[in-house]
Write a protein that binds this ligand. Structure first.
Ligand SMILES: NC(=O)c1ccc[n+]([C@@H]2O[C@H](COP(=O)([O-])OP(=O)(O)OC[C@H]3O[C@@H](n4cnc5c(N)ncnc54)[C@H](OP(=O)(O)O)[C@@H]3O)[C@@H](O)[C@H]2O)c1
Length: 336
């Protein structure tokens, strides 16, 4: 087995609140896999800029970040070593793995049972595991989506959003896709969005009032702010608004808004607002991973990876800042 004595990984060394200044590359000594473990040579890691930045200010409610703290979540790569008792993995197998602290590093030790078999370690897989799983579980299990419904998706050309759009279309829905960038409109159409809305050119409230007087059956929102408010005001009878993030203000001071109490908006419509955090729904993960991979391998899902290249751990901060600028088309990837 030809393995390095040391390898590199990205850690938080100080909770500055800013990814670039909070993180640094350090070396870790190689450790042979223990019973039930494999070692993966990470080839590509997915960028989750908002989560990453929140970690750098210790603002993820279910994580207590104490530097040095290993960064990155999902990666694809190849198995380079297997521990005692591992029979299902061979050296050279392509694998996807997702766990806090496992992504932004050259090698990772993983629980062999948690690794997911893939055909090849391509960046496209990172749009599906775990991002696409979040799209699927949030839309189906939390949004309770049904064929024929009207579904609105914010940041519809983003890493999460472009998969939400496609699952909604595969479920037989009419899809309204939001963006704040004119360049993304043709892309939204090509993904199957029935009614793209450029928030810089059109008023979302006017579009919904004029073209969708019955309201939204499902609104899948990861942007928050005024988009959230508008979705809330335009839910259909028994409509469901899924909160999957609030990109527009996640690192800003909490805004106090003066509005009627929320039950005034929901009660007479039997509508609901439903929070969704993927880590709260582990029981659906395996089934969703298998289904989303089979949709992809059957050619029924089009994963979008942003073409801007970010190569090496030193460029993870560039990838994070790029995503936070809102310019990305699909999932932002770091090549390792
Ligand atoms: N609930 C969960 O389990 C879960 C899982 C994964 C991700 N998330 C959350 O989902 C959201 C999307 O994550 P992602 O990694 O896929 O990112 P992303 O959607 O690929 O990128 C963010 C997009 O948000 C839009 N945006 C709207 N307002 C923005 C603003 N003020 N600044 C920057 N961008 C803005 C931009 O698209 P337009 O220009 O097209 O508007 C931008 O491309 C994040 O909030 C993330 O934390 C939640």
């Amino acid at each position: 087995m030809n393995v390095p004595a040391h390898y590199r990984k990205l850690v938080i060394h100080a909770l500055t609140g800013d990814f670039r200044s909070a993180t640094t590359v350090v070396e870790e000594p190689w450790r042979d896999p223990g019973a039930g473990e494999i070692v993966i040579r990470n080839r590509y890691a997915g960028c989750n800029a908002i989560f990453d930045k929140n970690l750098c200010r210790n603002a993820i409610r279910y994580v207590d970040v104490r530097p040095p703290y290993d960064m990155g979540i999902e990666a694809v790569g190849e198995v380079v070593a297997v521990g005692p008792g591992v029979t299902q993995w061979q050296i050279g197998d392509a694998v996807a793995h997702s766990k806090l602290g496992s992504g932004y590093r050259e090698y990772q030790l993983a629980d062999a049972r948690r690794a997911i078999r893939i055909r090849e370690a391509s960046p496209e897989i990172l749009t599906l595991i775990p991002t696409g799983i979040s799209a699927m579980v949030g839309l189906e299990r939390v949004g309770d989506v049904r064929s024929g419904e009207t579904v609105a998706v914010s940041a519809a050309a983003g890493g999460l959003g472009h998969i939400v759009v496609q699952i909604a279309k595969l479920s037989g829905c009419h899809v309204i896709g939001l963006t704040s960038d004119a360049r993304k409109i043709p892309l939204l159409r090509s993904l199957g969005v029935d009614r793209p809305v450029n928030l810089r050119e059109e008023s979302l409230a006017e579009v919904l009032q004029r073209e969708y007087p019955r309201g939204l059956d499902v609104a899948y929102d990861s942007v928050g702010g005024e988009v959230f408010d508008t979705f809330l005001d335009h839910l259909a009878m028994r409509g469901r608004l899924v909160i999957s993030g609030h990109t527009s203000d996640f690192d800003k001071a909490i805004e106090n808004v003066s509005q009627p109490r929320i039950y005034r908006k929901l009660y007479w419509k039997s509508a609901s607002v439903r929070g969704f955090q993927n880590q709260s729904f582990p029981e659906f993960f395996d089934e969703a991973a298998a289904r989303i991979l089979s949709l992809y391998y059957a050619g029924r899902l089009r994963p979008l990876t942003d073409p801007t290249p970010f190569t090496g751990l030193e460029h993870a901060a560039d990838a994070v800042e790029y995503l936070l600028s809102g310019r990305n088309l699909g999932k932002v990837i770091v090549k390792l």
